[in-house]
Design a protein around this ligand. Sequence first.
Ligand code: HEC
Length: 136
Amino acid sequence: MIKPQKLLMFAVLILIGALLALQNGKKDDQSGPLHGNAFSLDVEKIRADGLRLYNGACIQCHGIEARGSSFGPPLVHEIYKPSHHSDQAFVLAALQGVRAHHWDFGDMPPIEGISQTDLAMITAYIRHLQRKAGIK
Ligand code: HEC
């Protein structure tokens, strides 16, 4: 005969096992690439990198949070909404420079030592600022 205490211990062990399995199952569900949390974490990281890179390469002319300065226009502006200036326009502006055409600040020089990946992150950051300001 198996002692009742032993039976109880087995039952408890099986229950713990089942609970652990359930929890693992849940974890697997949440770690998929399309899960909201995992995805939004990446977006936050891209924005944080974009902010850092922007502050290193663009802020001196386009100002804090791209609100403009006496050396360059705001990028958080209707003119630069996605349907007027695509993400590619942002990359090209930095790689090739810009002839003054919308404003009176003079030309924008090509920005040295910046990669396309850096620019993609900077653009994501600026788009984020634009959306926050209601520019879509
Ligand atoms: C030395 C100053 C300066 C710096 C640094 C600078 N810009 Fe500019 N940028 C300008 C000026 C001035 C204009 C406006 C040109 C005009 O009159 O249309 C401009 C325009 C732009 C435009 C609009 C381009 C177009 O097609 O009309 C984009 C996009 C842009 N800048 C992105 C950036 C990004 C991204 C950075 C950093 C990587 C940056 N700029 C750094 C001065 C600067």
